[in-house]
Design a protein around this ligand. Structure first.
Ligand SMILES: CC(C)(O)[C@@H](O)C(=O)O
Ligand SMILES: [Mg+2]
Length: 562
């Protein structure tokens, strides 16, 4: 066992002394040591109950002949960090989480791991850290939140709360209506109820085979969810106790290129968050796989969009997908279109993907559509290229409310706050393209989520007549013609930094185009005089991050020199 390094032989007498101080007895030194990577934190509704989840998991691990060691990572609630400079810390937290997992697991030579993430960056952070360790790892998330209801019975969620601000701003809803939404949008513990970033990532873990069926959709704090926690704990013990299984089920053996392809395919079928692109590229990079941003459109072209969930369809939530058969039913339906999903791939359950989903069925065809009645014949995300995004940009086509082709005049803002003030101040009109720059991984730094401006645009009734492009990113709750991750970013001299008010920007989603109508001569002239802005930073951590981070087309991973 890997843990023999810290527990066997007379050289390890001091080590065993320390373990004995934590309560270990003679017989425990024969058992596998399992890291329980928890992300319990009191400020996030998806995480404040994870201490109880870990207790259930540890109890099950002990009952199954292994020794659990719980440790915690940090977490950031993107909803609470949204719309102010707190959001600068959100994406960088992915790196802290990854590195904390690597540090604890490797320093103490633990044999296997069960990871308990739930919200946004905590999922990819944990996966990235676990890939560096590469011991058998199973993921079991906290679980999604239930949807909420307004007094009149309309289903709502966190996206409704953000959009309500825009509606109130535009005088469409009263203070009382705003309060009705505030008090009912988030009715229970769990990751926010739509196909936002958290639930997108928790869903993709099922597609990658690193979590058990139900991980993406079974509501938090239910009996069904507790069964899933216990099952995951039993399975990791089963693997950890057997030498051949420990070798067979290392994380990199499960999370291979086919797993990444399956993750993107399911993402396309269910209209996942645009952040999945960033995170899955970073995961593929961490796993040492040759998977690039440009490979995504080929997957999208081949996958039918069969499940629409909030924010794309505002009355459908994860609990509805669960009731309709869950992610397994989506994947089973996908197998009916050739090469949609690579079903031979091994999963952490011990079965391959096909064996895992073969018994699944769609129980409500209004919620999960059949392959012959899709929302569209292509997936819910697209990568756009052009002189404005030579290295690519991302759009969630599933969330489009207007036309798939759009030409408009640029209204430029250097940073999110300037844009929010401009939108509220009436600077943006029908037919405009809002450009928000210097919000990329380096420029922000930290690539803020732009849910405030996108929700303002939706709430103010401009969702179908205004587009938005940024080198920053969006929330999973963003909808409308919102194009993010524009690379190269302004801070590294990208074209988005050279656009001027009134320039004509052209977007064509089906032909994957994002361009500005300027002659090469004009672009050359502007480039010759261009000095990108550089923000003065107060934060040591963010300035370290800015020095190391790469642009979004690389998943905003940190430069490393191994
Ligand atoms: C706050 C949200 C909705 O979780 C957002 O951060 C996302 O990315 O989906
Ligand atoms: Mg987020």
């Amino acid at each position: 066992m890997r843990s023999d390094e810290v527990k066997k032989g007379y050289h390890r007498t001091p080590h065993r002394s320390l373990f004995r101080a934590t309560g270990l007895k003679d017989e425990d030194f024969e058992k596998p040591f399992i890291g329980v990577a928890n992300s319990f934190i009191e400020i996030i509704p998806g995480h404040f109950f994870l201490n109880k989840v870990a207790n259930i998991i540890k109890e099950e691990i002990r009952a199954n002949g292994c020794i659990p060691f719980e440790f915690n990572t940090i977490g950031i609630d993107d909803g609470i960090a949204m719309g102010h400079d707190g959001m600068l810390y959100s994406l960088p937290s992915r790196e802290l989480i990854a590195s904390s997992i690597e540090s604890v697991m490797n320093a103490h030579k633990l044999d296997a791991m069960i990871a308990i993430p739930n919200c946004d960056k905590i999922v990819p952070g944990m996966i990235m850290g676990a890939l560096r360790v590469n011991v058998p790892t199973i993921f079991v998330s906290g679980g999604p939140m239930a949807k909420g209801y307004k007094k009149d019975g309309t289903p709502i969620d966190l996206a409704s709360a953000f959009e309500a601000v825009g509606k109130h701003e535009a005088g469409v809803i009263s203070e009382e209506q705003l309060r009705d939404i505030e008090c009912n949008a988030c009715p229970s513990a769990g990751s926010c109820s739509g196909m936002f970033t958290a639930n997108s990532m928790n869903t993709l873990m099922e597609a990658m085979g690193i979590a058990l069926p139900g991980n993406g959709t079974i509501l938090a704090q239910t009996v069904e969810r507790e069964t899933l926690y216990r099952k995951a704990a039993r399975r990791i013990c089963e693997i950890a106790k057997e030498e051949t299984a420990r070798k067979k089920f290392t994380l990199k053996n499960i999370l291979n290129e086919n797993a990444v392809r399956n993750a993107f395919a399911v993402d396309m079928a269910m209209g996942g968050s645009s952040n999945t692109v960033l995170h899955m590229l970073a995961i593929a990079n961490e796993a040492g796989l040759d998977f690039q941003l440009k490979d995504i459109n080929a997957i999208s072209r081949n996958v039918s969009h069969i499940a629409k969930i909030s924010p794309s369809l505002t009355n459908v939530h994860m609990e509805d997908i669960n009731r309709a058969g869950g992610v397994s039913a989506v994947m089973k339906e996908m197998t009916k279109r050739s090469n949609n999903i690579l079903i031979d791939n091994l999963t952490i359950s011990g079965e391959n993907l096909l064996q895992l989903i073969v018994g699944a069925e769609i129980k409500d065809k209004n919620i999960i559509r059949t392959i012959d009645n899709p929302y569209s014949e292509v997936g819910g995300l697209a990568i756009l290229y052009g002189n404005l995004a030579e290295q690519g940009a991302v759009i969630k086509t599933a969330g489009l409310t207007g036309s798939r082709v759009f030409t408009g005049k640029a209204v430029c803002f250097n940073g999110q706050q300037e844009a929010v003030d401009g939108i509220i101040g009436g600077k943006v009109k029908e037919g405009d393209v809002v450009v928000i720059r210097y919000e990329g991984p380096k420029g922000g730094p930290g690539m803020q989520e732009m849910l405030t401006p996108t929700s303002l645009i939706m709430g103010m009734g401009l969702g179908s007549s205004v587009a938005l492009i940024t080198d920053g990113r969006f929330s999973g709750a963003t909808r409308g013609a919102s194009i993010g991750h524009v690379s190269p970013e302004a801070a590294e001299g990208g074209m988005i930094g050279l656009i001027e008010d009134g320039d004509e920007i052209h977007i064509d989603v089906d032909n994957y185009i994002l361009s500005v109508k300027l002659s090469d001569e004009e672009i050359g002239k502007r480039k010759a005089n261009f000095v990108p802005l550089k923000k003065k930073l107060q934060s040591r951590w963010l300035s370290q991050y800015r020095a190391l981070v790469t642009n979004a087309s690389n998943g905003a991973v940190l430069k490393t020199d191994l």
